[in-house]
Design a protein around this ligand. Sequence first.
Ligand SMILES: [Zn+2]
Ligand SMILES: [Zn+2]
Length: 272
Amino acid sequence: MYTDNHNHTKHFSSDAKMSAHELIDTCRALNMRGVAVTEHYEGDYPHDIGVSQIFDISEFFDTTKEWLEYAGDFHLYRGIELGYQKHLCAFYDELMAKYPFDSVIMSNHLYNGKDPYFFRDCYEEDMLTVYTRYIEEMADLVEGCDNFDIVGHYDYINRYAPYEKPQIKYEQCPQSFDRFLSAIVAKGKTLEINTRSVDKMRRKGFSDVMPDPAILRRYYELGGRNISLGSDSHTKDTLCIHFKEVAEYLSSFGFTENSYYVKRQRHGEPLV
Ligand SMILES: [Zn+2]
Ligand SMILES: [Zn+2]
C-alpha cells in the first residue's frame, strides 16, 4: 500500500508510453495507496531532440480534471518534474507559485550542460571527477532553488556510466555529499530513492544495485528523515517496482516513512 511519487504519461512527457488511464488502472490493480503524475518540464533544454521538453501547464490542469474523475476515490496527485539548470531557479520558483501542484520534483538531467543519456562522451573523464562534479551540481540545485519538494534521482549520473563499478558512493566524494545532504536537511526537502535506478542496475547484471549504505547513513546522521519512493515509470509495467524490497532496506537504516505530497504539504506513510 504505497504511494509512487514519480511517474510520466504519454500525454505530457514525450519519452513516456503509458496513458493516464493505464496508470490509474494499474495502480488500483496493484492495491497501491496513491500515485503522483510528474511530467517532465525542462526549461532551456540544451539538446534538439525534435520534441518539446516542456508542456503547457494550464492545459495540464484542464486535462487532469478528467483523470481525477476517472481515478475517483483512488489518490491521484498532480506533480511535475523540473529539470534543473542554475539560471532557471528564479523562473521555476515563480512558475511553481502560480499553479496548484501537489508535488514538485527537482531533478538534474545534465552533467556540465549536457544530458548523459544523449552524450555518453560526458564519461570520458574519470569516475571520481564526473561523480564529484555531478553531486556538486546537485548541491547547487538544493541551495539555489526554493520552490520544490523532492530532489529527484541523485544517482542519475550512474545510469549510463560505462565504468566497471558504476554505483555512486559516499566515499567517492564525501565533502560534496555532505554539502548536498546538509542542504536537503536545512531546507526541509525530501530525498528521492529512485527505484528505476535500482531496476536499471539490476537489468545490467550488477550485484551492487541498492543505494549506497554510507549515503543513507550520512543523511540520517545529518538529521535527514524525509525520503520518497519513486519508480520513475514511463510504462505501466514498472509502476511501484521493487518498492517493498527497497522500503525494507531503507527501514534498516532507521527511516520509517515514505513521504508523499498533497497540495505541497508533506505526509508520511509507513515504510514497513
Ligand atoms: Zn528524471
Ligand atoms: Zn522522471
